[in-house]
Each structure stands twice: as structure tokens, then as C-alpha cells.
Design a binder for this molecule. Structure first.
Ligand code: GDP
Ligand code: MN
Ligand code: MN
Length: 250
């Protein structure tokens, strides 16, 4: 399998035809998968925003004050307002804002980014990354995974995850298949879009490299059952349930 960055993409702006910009730089082959950083999908979809566009509600003020008290850093209540607006639910309000986005991804600050965003304060995630992936996939003629860099519980460091996908299943279901000893696998469902997103993110880098699109070549889903379950439902998510009961000590 190869993972190669698409070189030479310009700074992406509101209204740009991102698929055309990628398509004119790559000769896609059958079986290729294109991973695209949400940052440029958001830019093309006009998801830049300024703090001035958000009005600090009482709730946003209270959240920002509490974060200031805990972290000792100054917090703009309009940023809290932006996070609230982009979230289905705040899972924690301190010591940071852990959010469930409207499309199901759980991440800090609703995935709102402040790096690699010229001429604006904030970059919001695409409204519906799987719909974005579908549009891009139909234009490029290959499956598309929209990625974001995200933290994870239990471990330091961030890595790429899939936040939207189209043209391949999210997961490869090994249940019912057998390991080397003939033992039947009964729980293993491999989140392949996340593994491919992490691979692409590794190649894309996090800084000024300018390589938001990565072509995966030579990887095959193979003959397995697929599933599109990636974001846990509330009923199936013990951590989310536990966080509702959790209070940070101040
Ligand atoms: P995220 O992981 O989706 O939050 O995106 P990052 O900000 O980490 O950027 C991922 C990659 O895309 C890095 O190589 C950035 O330099 C690159 N990048 C970000 N915005 C642009 C852009 O508008 N044009 C180009 N060519 N590269 C960009
Ligand atoms: Mn991001
Ligand atoms: Mn990143």
C-alpha cells in the first residue's frame, strides 16, 4: 500500500472547486482512496468565521468564566458561543469543552480550528462531512474520507480520524471469521476509515506542509462484511453516559 500526498494544492478559499483542484493533480487508478483534511473541505465550503459573528449568551459567559478560573488563561465567551452553536451536546464544560457535534463525532471544541486559517478567527468543521465526502467522491470517481486531527482519551498525542466517508464502508467486520488457531472472532470490527485517516494524516502533517489530500493506493477492503457504524449511539456509549454524571473538582 502507498500513501502519497497531492503536491501543489493552493490555499483553498470559499467556493473553490476542491475536487477539481485535486483531480487535475492526480491520475486516479481503480481502487484508489482519497483522504482529504477537513480543513480544506471547510474552507471550500465557506466555514470560516470571525468571533464577532457569535453573540456571547449567558451560558457562554458562564462557561468561559469557569474555564478562566480553572486554567488561569483568558477565554473569549464568543468562542464558547461558537462551540455551543456547533454542538449537539457538551459532554464536559471543564477543564475543556468536550462536545458531540451534530453529525455524531465527539471531539474537543466541536473541532473548531485556529491553525492554518488565514483571514479569519475560526474554521468550523464541515456541516455534514459524509455529505461533503459524497460530493467529492462523485466528482473524483474514487472513495473519499474526510479526516480531522483529534485527541484521544487515555493517551497523549493526536492522530487523524475519519469524520466523513463515502464510497467504502466505515468498518470491516471480522466477526464469524477465524484467527490462526481456528478460533472464531466474535467482536472484531475494524474501523478502517479511521486507520486510513490516521495514515493519511501522518503523511499530510500538521503544519505548513500544504498537503491536505493524500492518495491511498493498493489497499483493498477485501472480502469482508462492511458496516457504517462509527459513532457510538448514546445507549451504547458508557463513557458518554459516565461523563454526564462527572463534575470537575475546582
Ligand atoms: P486538519 O487536520 O483537518 O485540522 O488540518 P491541518 O490544519 O492539520 O492541515 C492538514 C494539512 O493540510 C497540512 O499539511 C496543512 O499545511 C495543509 N493545509 C491546510 N490548509 C490548506 C490549504 O488551504 N491549502 C493547502 N494546499 N494546504 C492546506
Ligand atoms: Mn482540524
Ligand atoms: Mn491536522
Amino acid at each position: 500500500m502507498e500513501a502519497s500526498p497531492v503536491e501543489g494544492l493552493p490555499e483553498i478559499r470559499d467556493g473553490d472547486d476542491l475536487a477539481a483542484a485535486i483531480g487535475e493533480r492526480v491520475d486516479f487508478e481503480d481502487g484508489d482512496i482519497c483522504c482529504i483534511a477537513s480543513t480544506v473541505v471547510s474552507k471550500a465550503e465557506g466555514r470560516k468565521a470571525d468571533l464577532a459573528a457569535f453573540e456571547a449568551s449567558d451560558r457562554a459567559e458562564a462557561i468561559a468564566k469557569r474555564l478562566e478560573a480553572i486554567t488561569g488563561e483568558s477565554k473569549d465567551p464568543r468562542f464558547a458561543a461558537a462551540v455551543l452553536e456547533e454542538s449537539e451536546e457538551l459532554l464536559t464544560e471543564a477543564p475543556f469543552l468536550l462536545t458531540a457535534t451534530r453529525f455524531g463525532h465527539v471531539t474537543v471544541n466541536a473541532g473548531i480550528d485556529r491553525s492554518n486559517v488565514p483571514d479569519a478567527d475560526l474554521l468550523l468543521l464541515p456541516e455534514n462531512p459524509s455529505e461533503s465526502a459524497k460530493r467529492l467522491s462523485e466528482a473524483l470517481g474514487v472513495p473519499v474520507i474526510v479526516t480531522d486531527t483529534s485527541g484521544r482519551p487515555f493517551r497523549y498525542g493526536q492522530r487523524g480520524v475519519a469524520i466523513g466517508w463515502h464510497g467504502l464502508p466505515a468498518a470491516r467486520d471480522w466477526r464469524g471469521e477465524h484467527d490462526r488457531d481456528g478460533r472464531e472472532l466474535d467482536v472484531t470490527v475494524q474501523a478502517v476509515v479511521d486507520e486510513l485517516a490516521a495514515t493519511a494524516n501522518l503523511v499530510a502533517g500538521e503544519g505548513g506542509g500544504g498537503t491536505p489530500a493524500v492518495v491511498i493506493r493498493g489497499w483493498s477492503f477485501g472480502d469482508h462484511a462492511g458496516s457504517d457504524d462509527l459513532f457510538r449511539t448514546e445507549a451504547d456509549d458508557l463513557v458518554r453516559q459516565a461523563l454526564r454524571e462527572w463534575e470537575v473538582s475546582e
